[in-house]
Design a binder for this molecule. Structure first.
Ligand code: GDG
Length: 465
């Protein structure tokens, strides 16, 4: 079996992957089975270093080599904060209003991709299969090909791909899409993303669709397909029965047998629809007053990308909304919103999911959304909670038995939450059974295998000439 090389912005140690969660576990497993190399940024920012240069570190974790590269401040700020998270993240999540098209960022993005490719190239063996992850590294294959790399290279985009006219707002849109044609396989989360890719390449670069998955442009053929990412359901079920999760469950279950817990868990990010969710919760309390002194929203918003102004602004908006809801509706012995701007230990999360009657997973746009799947995996099948899910999460293509909502529609979403709170047990059980079957049939192992089977199966003659 050929060796696997994973390239991603951040690298996780497979020996500690359980703490990092599903994706790290899945990639770590794949690397350990075949033996391999995991390559990316070290997470270290060097003050005053030289742009385009970074010290490389390697360590061995069993049969997996972990190789990481430091970034200097200037590269980090333009590649990571600037272009990746100031241009690509907002535009790919349809937020042109939040994008900062500073002309200086693209140089850092190219430079870091080039540097990483230069450092990776000498470590590659001729039969290695290379799997590149996410929007930080779109030009990686083009850089490797420019140095003569003929290996099979696949790319998986964890975030959505927007419709052509939104993508076209990025000044370098054509360059980015051309770079995708240096891969053999390009994977997306959902069919909607593939449809956007197909329309973009048809309209903007005159690509020819050879069949449902094969697109030809720039003298190359790329295989584009949806590979919806899943979770490790068994691992998550085991966490649910672990001590930390059970302690969490026990410590909360009494209060929430009297009151009803609504739960939101995410990074504090504007794609997740948090202000809209809080306004919807406010609407629920106004419109259905039987929820007063009862329905309680625990919102975990773990800190993320705080160096960017849009994120600190969002944090202030949330703090103000929580304060006003608690001020307007709270009682001396009950506060409607418990807002936590900290990271909760992964081992405790399933306990929280299990106490919740309703999970609110209402992003404005999301590639997939793993919280929705984790919530399903943590439920007691005999008395399961209800998933309220945004139709704009990639997960909505699979999780049809959730209550699907439009998070912009505050009134309609409040009605759906009320329906979730009142849903009779047989309906909850029937929906949960189908949702569980769905996340089991397309779990993270299925995702990894399906992607790697496609990558090892496609005709790569374009890149071997
Ligand atoms: C990107 C795409 C796609 C969250 N808060 C805490 C915590 N989490 C964990 C969750 C879950 C993970 O982080 C979040 O995954 P999501 O999929 O929901 O969202 P993104 O971080 O935006 O991920 C997304 C994903 O990539 C995979 O392809 O699904 O669409 O945007 O596992 O549990 N974990 C802990 N404490 C927290 O406070 N321990």
């Amino acid at each position: 079996m050929s060796r696997l090389v994973v390239v991603s912005n951040r690298v996780a140690d497979p020996r500690k992957a359980a703490a990092a969660g599903g994706l790290a576990v899945a990639l770590g497993d794949a690397l350990s089975v075949r033996g391999g190399l995991w390559f990316g940024w070290s997470g270290t920012v060097v003050e005053g270093g030289t742009p385009g240069e970074g010290e490389m570190h390697s360590q061995q974790a069993g049969n997996v080599t972990l190789t990481t590269v430091d970034l200097c401040r200037e590269d980090h700020d333009s590649y990571y904060l600037g272009y990746s998270n100031g241009v690509l993240w907002p535009v790919f999540h349809y937020r042109l209003d939040l994008a900062d098209f500073d002309a200086g960022f693209i140089g850092g993005y190219r430079r870091v991709n080039q540097m990483l490719a230069h450092k990776l190239m000498p470590q590659l063996l001729p039969d290695d299969i290379i799997w590149v992850h996410d929007y930080h590294l779109i030009p990686m294959a083009a850089e490797l090909r420019a140095m003569g790399c003929k290996n099979r290279i696949g790319f998986f985009l964890h975030i959505p791909l927007p419709p052509p006219l939104i993508l076209a707002a990025i000044p370098q849109h054509e360059w980015l899409v051309r770079a995708l044609f240096s891969y053999d396989v390009v994977g997306f989360q959902s069919e909607a993303d593939v449809a956007h890719f197909s329309r973009y390449v048809g309209q903007e670069v005159g690509a020819e669709a050879l069949d449902q998955h094969q697109f030809r442009a720039f003298g190359r053929t790329v295989h584009a397909q949806a590979f919806p990412i899943g979770i490790d359901v068994d691992e998550f079920a085991a966490l649910t029965h672990g001590k930390e999760a059970r302690d969490m469950f026990e410590s909360m279950k009494e209060e929430y047998s009297r009151r009803r817990l609504l739960l939101g868990v995410e990074r504090l990010d504007y794609s997740k629809g948090l202000p809209q969710r809080l306004r919807t919760f406010q609407k629920l309390l106004q419109k259905y007053p039987e929820n007063l002194n009862s329905a309680t929203l625990i919102q975990i918003a773990s800190p993320s990308r705080e160096a960017l102004d849009t994120y600190s602004g969002l944090r202030q908006e949330l703090e103000s909304l929580c304060g006003s809801i608690n001020g307007d509706f709270g009682e001396l012995d009950w506060m409607p919103v418990r807002y936590i701007h900290r990271n909760v230990a992964r081992k405790r999360l399933p306990g929280l999911y299990r106490v919740a009657r309703v999970a609110l997973v209402t992003p404005l746009r999301d590639g997939m959304n793993l919280v929705a799947k984790e919530f399903i995996a943590a439920q007691d099948p005999a008395d399961p909670g209800v998933l309220v899910l945004s139709r704009f999460a990639g997960a909505a293509e699979q999780l049809k038995e959730a209550l699907l909502v439009n998070p912009y529609d505050t009134d309609g979403t409040a009605d759906s939450i009320q329906r979730a709170l009142q849903m009779p047990l047989p309906e909850r059980q029937a929906r949960h059974q189908k949702l569980l079957a769905s996340i089991r049939s397309q779990d993270v192992h299925w995702w990894r295998k399906t992607f790697l089977d496609a990558l090892t199966g496609v005709d790569t003659s374009d890149h071997r000439r």
